[in-house]
Design a protein around this ligand. Structure first.
Ligand code: LLP
Length: 414
C-alpha cells in the first residue's frame, strides 16, 4: 500500500498534487512519500516484533539523506556497501552501531572508517578480506565484529543481473569452504565472530528460495555450534520483491512468519536488509512529454526523462507502470515512452496504452528504489531534483543539478 493515487482524475502524492509539484520544481523530478516509507518500514519491523531483530535498510536503494533520516528517526539500522554510504548514514543522523557493512571489495580506508565509528558488523565476503580486516583492526587496536556471508547456492528465480545466491556469482563464501573460514575467523585475535549472513537476490516474489537458503544456513549454524563457534545473529539479507505489475510478492508478515517458523526457537537475532520493499513504491518519477512522433507502425512519446535518470528499464528490461498525472477519457494508443539520450536502449516503457499530448506529465510508478541512486550524467544531463511530501507539505530534498556542476573538478590543460 502506498500514498499515491488519483483524486478527481489528478494524481496526488499524499495530499500534494503531482502536477503542481512538477510545475513548481520542473521535470524530470523524483517525488517520495514520507508516509509510505514509514509504513513500509513499520510493516517489516512489526512483522518480527516479538523476536530479537534489527531492520537494516539497504542504503543503495535510495540514499538521499532525507530518506535515511526518516528511517533513522524510526530507529532503523542500515546496510551499507561503501564508505560513502556510511558517511551518508552518519550525515543523516543514523546510528553507526546499527550498521552492517556488506560488499565484496571493502578497501583498507573503508575498514578504518567503519572501525573508527564502531559499526555493528562487517559482512565479510572472502577469506582474503577476513585477513585484511584482522590486520587493519590490529593496527587500530580494535576488535572487528564479523559475520561471514555464505553463498547458499539457491536459485532465487529472479533476473540474472540481480540474482546473487548461486555458486557462479561473485558474492560470499561457498558452503564447502564456510566452516574452514569460520574456524580461521575464530582464531584471529582482532576479530569477533558474531554472525552469519546471506543475500540470494533481489525482487523475489516467492518465499521458497528464502526458506531453502535459510535451511542451509541454519544447518551450517548448527554445525558451527558443534565445533564451539556460537553465532549470535543470522542476517537473512534483503530481496523481498514488490508489486511493479502483476507480481504478488508475500507481505512482510507472511515472509517473517515463514522464516520464524524455520528458526524453530533458536536464540538467534534476525537481521533484515530490505531496500526495494521499503523504498520502491514510496517514489514516483515524473517526466514531461516533449514531442509525439509517429511512423508507419509505432507511436513514440518523447519525454524529458531518460535512461540516465532511471536506468532500470534499459538495464534489466524492467517494467514500471507509467500513468498520466492528469487522467483524461481521450482514446489511448500504444506508445513507446522514450527519452532524449542517444541510445536505442533509452526507453522508460514500451507499448503503453496512453493518451499523451505534448506538455503532459507522466508518472513512472515504483521509482523510489534504484531510481535516483543509479542515475548518471550521461549525455551531460544534470541529475533530477528530488522532493519529499509529508501530507500537504513538500520539501526539496535534493536540488536539481546545475550544468556548471557537471564539470566541477574538471580542468583545462595549461
Ligand atoms: N543486501 C545486500 C547484500 C544486497 O546486495 C542488496 C541488493 C540488498 C540487501 C537489498 O536488496 P533489496 O531488498 O532491495 O532487493 N539495481 C537492481 C537491484 C540490485 C540489488 C543489489 N543488492 C534493480 O534496480 O532491480
Amino acid at each position: 500500500m502506498d500514498y499515491f493515487g488519483y483524486q478527481q482524475n489528478a494524481l496526488f502524492a499524499e495530499d500534494c498534487q503531482v502536477a503542481e509539484l512538477a510545475k513548481t520544481h520542473g521535470t524530470p523530478l523524483y517525488i517520495y512519500s514520507k508516509a509510505t516509507l514509514e509504513r513500509h518500514w513499520h510493516a517489516f519491523n512489526n512483522a518480527v516484533a516479538n523476536h530479537p531483530h534489527l531492520i537494516c535498510y539497504a542504503v543503495k536503494a535510495n540514499s538521499n539523506i532525507a530518506v535515511l533520516n526518516v528511517l533513522a528517526r524510526l530507529g532503523s539500522g542500515f546496510d551499507i556497501v561503501s564508505g560513502g554510504e556510511l558517511s551518508r548514514v552518519i550525515q543523516a543522523g543514523g546510528d553507526p552501531k546499527k550498521v552492517v557493512f556488506s560488499g565484496v571489495g571493502k578497501t583498507v580506508a573503508e575498514m578504518e572508517q567503519a572501525l573508527t565509528v564502531g559499526i555493528y558488523c562487517f559482512n565479510v565476503e572472502s577469506a582474503a578480506e577476513l585477513e585484511q580486516l584482522n590486520t587493519v583492526a590490529q593496527r587500530l587496536g580494535k576488535v572487528a565484529p564479523v559475520s561471514l556471508r555464505v553463498n547458499p547456492d539457491v536459485d532465487a528465480g529472479t533476473h540474472p543481473y540481480i540474482s546473487t545466491g548461486l555458486k557462479e556469482n561473485k558474492f560470499g563464501i561457498s558452503m564447502e569452504e564456510a566452516e574452514t573460514v569460520f574456524a580461521r575467523a575464530a582464531s584471529l585475535a582482532h576479530l569477533n565472530v558474531k554472525g552469519v549472513d546471506c543475500h540470494i537476490g533481489s525482487q523475489l516474489t516467492e518465499i521458497q528460495p528464502f526458506l531453502d537458503a535459510m535451511d542451509r544456513m541454519l544447518a551450517l549454524i548448527d554445525r558451527l555450534a558443534e565445533n564451539g563457534i556460537n553465532i549470535e545473529h543470522f542476517d537473512v539479507g534483503g530481496g523481498l520483491g514488490v508489486n511493479y505489475d502483476q507480481e504478488t510478492p508475500p507481505h512482510p508478515d507472511e515472509y517473517a512468519a515463514a522464516l520464524l517458523a524455520r528458526l524453530n526457537n533458536r536464540p538467534l537475532t534476525l537481521i533484515f536488509e530490505p531496500g526495494r520493499a521499503i523504498a520502491a513504491n514510496a517514489g514516483i518519477f515524473v517526466t514531461q512529454v516533449l514531442y509525439l512522433k509517429e511512423n508507419s507502425d509505432k507511436r513514440f512519446a518523447i519525454v524529458d526523462g531518460a535512461m540516465n535518470d532511471l536506468i532500470r528499464p534499459a538495464l534489466y528490461s524492467a517494467w514500471q507502470n507509467i500513468i498520466p498525472v492528469q487522467h483524461t477519457d481521450a482514446p489511448t494508443f500504444a506508445y513507446d515512452v522514450v527519452g532524449p539520450v542517444c541510445e536505442t536502449g533509452d526507453f522508460i516503457g514500451k507499448n503503453r496504452q496512453l493518451a499523451p499530448q505534448a506538455g503532459d506529465y507522466l508518472a513512472v510508478r515504483s521509482s523510489g528504489a534504484y531510481g535516483f541512486t543509479m542515475a548518471s550524467n550521461y549525455n551531460s544531463r544534470p541529475r533530477a531534483a528530488e522532493v519529499m511530501v509529508d501530507k500537504q507539505q513538500h520539501y526539496v530534498i535534493r536540488q536539481r543539478e546545475t550544468v556548471q556542476q557537471l564539470w566541477q573538478g574538471e580542468q583545462l590543460l595549461p
